[in-house]
Write a protein of this length. Structure first.
Lengths: 248, 199
């Protein structure tokens, strides 16, 4: 954040010039076909399980393309933006997303879409796992009862919110420093981090997340997804949020 | 007048291998049908009941998302099926080709711009060839929007929601867009809409 506020007028102009290069080369999807090794500060996070580990709820092919093509494309585009731009290269992803307003217009859109995509997918892989499902415990379960009307009501509301996203987007659960929870749908790769809110977890409702297995049946995907949600990981994120150490 | 799902103007397998039978079964029989049904439900008891589809699309934009999203997508998909045909692509009818060359410099440049618009539409949406103020232009819109809501008339559009290409092309949206232009476009229908928009 300090890097943004310290931006000189000249620095801002240089940012603007970098944007033109990016905007003139709409190659994000083309890069997706062959993701190169990371050539910048951002990289695909390691997944702690194999692509087939979430079968049958999420198929291996979807996991493979989603991680190695879609997520990799967001990382590549973000690194491309960082190439000629000191601010993007040095700031943390969370700080970048929290301060999109400080960036010039075209660069803002590149970081919003691809930085958002990088943060959202990094969280997504983290909160899923094999042999998961079940129900949360401890103070997270208590917070769900207190803020979201109990686990069953919360699941129904979360699924309904995911169904209502028209087009591409996500449905998130946000958490504040006091541990309060809320369900928040967002379009495309927008993240609650862009509104200075913390993300406890969320589900991807872009069609690429479910089309090979569920096609038009997003409701079935949303229901099935609970089987791969790792509540111990989310419990750890909840504790980190309250401790002030949760980033993306 | 409530919305109804039109039949495809060709068999479900007629656009293979560029667009599969499976894709059209989901896209036309499920997705488009859902827009029709949800649109009819959303319109019930509103000021839009009994209006023409174009009036509903323009009138609900920015005012009633449930009506707009479904009416917009009904309008877009009605034309989308007709914008394609078996053995499509190929020669553009003379007058339209001349107009495209006048507007973009060449047919190739138009195709390049059209593909770039489709690739550049982040998330769900459409890429268009439109007539605005008597002139041809390429544009893109998110979700269920179309040139209609921007004071223009669409004469060609391609669906870049992932459901339109994910079964056949996975994440490779540029490949889908190239196949659409080279092998699927029904240029006679585009020319018909162009003539009507100019008149
Ligand atoms: Fe995704
Ligand atoms: Fe569609």
């Amino acid at each position: 954040m300090t890097e943004f506020t310290a931006l000189s007028r000249r620095g801002a102009l240089r940012l603007g010039a970098a944007v033109l290069t990016i905007a003139a080369a709409p190659k994000v999807w083309a890069q997706a076909a062959a993701p190169a090794a990371p050539t910048g500060p951002f990289s695909l996070p390691k997944r702690s399980y194999e692509a087939n580990a979430l079968e049958p709820h999420i198929d291996a092919q979807t996991m493979d393309i989603h991680y190695n093509r879609h997520h990799a494309a967001y990382v590549a585009a973000l690194n491309n933006a960082a190439k000629d731009n000191g601010v993007i290269a040095k700031a943390s992803l969370a700080d970048l997303l929290a301060d999109l307003g400080q960036l010039p217009d075209n660069l803002r859109t590149v970081v919003r879409n691809n930085g958002g995509g990088h943060a959202n997918h990094s969280m997504f892989w983290e909160v899923m796992g094999p042999g998961a499902g079940g129900a949360p415990g401890g103070d997270l379960a208590a917070a769900i009862t207190r803020d979201l009307g109990g686990f069953d009501k919360f699941k129904a509301d979360f699924e309904a919110a995911g169904l209502r996203v028209f087009g591409s987007g996500w449905v998130f659960v946000t958490v504040d420093r006091g541990g309060r929870l809320a369900v928040l749908p967002r379009p495309n790769q927008d993240s609650p981090l862009m509104e200075k809110q913390l993300v406890l977890f969320g589900n991807d409702v872009w069609e690429h997340a479910y089309y090979l297995k569920y096609q038009n049946r997003r409701a079935d995907y949303l229901k099935s997804w609970w089987n791969v949600v790792d509540w111990s990981k989310i419990g750890a994120r909840y504790a980190a949020a309250k401790a002030g150490t949760l980033a993306i | 007048m409530s919305f109804t799902l039109p039949d495809l103007p060709y068999a479900h397998d007629a656009l293979q291998p560029f667009m599969s039978k499976e894709t059209l079964e989901y896209h036309h029989d499920k997705h488009h049908l859902a827009y029709v049904n949800n649109g009819n439900n959303a319109i019930k008891g509103t000021e839009f009941e009994g209006k023409s589809l174009e009036e509903i699309v323009k009138g609900s934009y920015g005012k009633n998302p449930a009506v707009f999203n479904n009416a917009g997508q009904h309008y877009n998909h009605l034309h989308f099926w007709k914008w394609m045909k078996p053995n499509g692509g190929g020669k553009i009818p003379g007058a339209l080709e001349k107009a495209i060359v006048d507007a973009f410099g060449s047919v190739d440049k138009f195709k390049e711009d059209f593909v770039a618009a489709g690739v550049g539409q982040f998330g769900s949406g459409w890429a268009w060839l439109e007539v605005k103020g008597g002139k041809l232009a390429v544009s893109k819109t998110p979700n269920g929007e179309s040139p209609l809501v921007n004071g223009a008339t669409p004469i060609l559009g391609v669906d870049v929601w992932e459901h339109s290409y994910y079964i056949d092309y996975r994440n490779r949206r540029p490949d889908y867009l190239k196949a659409f232009l080279e092998s699927l476009v029904n240029w006679e229908y585009v020319a018909e809409l162009y003539d009507a928009a100019k008149a």
